[in-house]
Ligand binder design. Structure first.
Ligand SMILES: Nc1ncnc2c1ncn2[C@@H]1O[C@H](COP(=O)(O)OP(=O)(O)OP(=O)(O)O)[C@@H](O)[C@H]1O
Length: 350
């Protein structure tokens, strides 16, 4: 079971929303469509589900053509499972009846077993006879997932499925969802605008901007080798350092950074983006810096630092250090760069 999208374009009126998207969700793979609001993620998902008329390109599910302009398989015949942000459970049906709702293709006699199996998969078999309002938001979302998976669809699509849950519950439901999707082995395409969520869930991330996939790869590829500053900043916090390319190095206020092999950068001004965990704080042997603030954030300690920018001003930088490290305001330290967490790009447009 896999999903292949080729040359998908879409416009609403004169506005081009999708500008040529090619994607392959492999069997059993979890692919996250990540991008800012309005970049076309939901539209792409709706095209896959058949909820939007295809204008250009092809959609294949499990090797069979389900969408091409003028030749579209209707949504109910596509074997696609859908989970929305607002669960969309039927309030007057029990949990079991909600899950059974999409099982018309399965022989009647097998349906109770399919419902029990789907509810067991999400750990809610004891709630079969409860009504949605008796469940927490997280449990309702798990029912929605069970309902989407019960008919064994070719692909399951999740659209901002965790957005309406509060932070702690969201983490729990995400975690459950990852394990449920992996154990079901059904490929999934998940829409989110939250980079951390995408990194948590995805085997691969397709980062979208203005209707195009800007970079496609494993989360660590996007995080550690971003194709451009947009990808670097979307995937996580960065420090921005003015730089100058000289030979095979980018020179910055906190030392030189060797260019990566194949980097195509002209001599002259550039910009280095440095992940906060790539800013090492040491007692000696780096560039002098002064601690402005130090806060424990739970899993990491965030240190605010001031460094001379080499032109009479100060650069404000963030370092993320292991928890337990305590530095005081005004303390003098030195800083250095971890080249694995630093990326050089042409200078930002003024
Ligand atoms: N039926 C429609 N008619 C006109 N414009 C639409 C329609 N559906 C979506 N749009 C517009 O298309 C653009 C892309 O919407 P889409 O929902 O695909 O983006 P998205 O990346 O999922 O963002 P969001 O997270 O905000 O939903 C938006 O500007 C939206 O206003």
């Amino acid at each position: 079971m896999s999903l292949r999208l080729t040359g998908i374009r879409h416009a609403f009126g004169q506005r081009e929303i999708l500008r040529g998207v090619d994607l392959h969700v492999r069997p059993g793979e979890i692919l996250c469509l990540l991008g800012p609001s309005g970049c076309g993620k939901t539209t792409l998902l709706r095209l896959v589900a058949g909820l939007e008329e295809l204008q250009a390109g092809r959609i294949e599910l499990g090797g069979a053509l389900v969408g091409e302009k003028g030749r579209e398989v209707p949504p109910e015949q596509r074997h696609v499972g859908f989970v929305f942000q607002d669960y969309a459970l039927f309030p007057h049906l029990t949990v079991a009846e909600n899950v059974a709702f999409g099982l018309h293709r399965i022989p009647r006699g097998e349906r109770p077993w399919a419902v029990t199996e789907a509810l067991a998969r999400v750990g809610l078999e004891t709630y079969a006879h409860a009504y949605p309002h008796m469940l927490s938001g997280g449990q309702q979302q798990r029912v929605a997932l069970a309902r989407a998976l019960a008919p064994r669809p070719q692909v399951v699509l999740l659209d901002e499925a965790f957005a309406s849950l509060d932070a702690r519950l969201r983490e729990q439901v995400r975690d459950d969802t990852l394990h449920v999707l992996q154990s079901a082995g059904i490929p999934a395409m998940i829409v989110t605008h939250d980079a951390e969520e995408a990194m948590f869930l995805a085997d691969r991330i397709a980062l979208m901007q203005e209707g195009r996939v800007i970079q496609l790869g494993r989360p660590e590829e996007l995080y550690l080798a971003p194709a451009d500053p947009f990808v670097a900043t979307f995937l996580g916090e960065v420090n921005r350092l003015p730089a100058r390319i000289r030979g095979a190095r980018a020179e910055t206020a906190i030392g030189p950074l060797p260019l990566r092999p194949g980097a195509d950068l002209a001599e002259g001004p550039a910009e280095v983006l440095l992940r906060p965990e790539g800013l090492r704080v040491q007692e000696e042997g780096g560039t002098p810096a002064e601690v402005e603030a130090c806060r424990l954030l739970g899993a990491t300690t965030l240190v605010h630092l001031a460094v001379a920018d080499g032109a009479g001003g100060l650069l404000h930088l963030h370092a993320r250090l292991p928890p337990g490290i305590r530095l005081s305001r005004g303390q003098r330290v030195t800083v250095a760069m971890d080249p694995e967490r630093a990326f050089v790009f042409p200078p930002a447009a003024p």
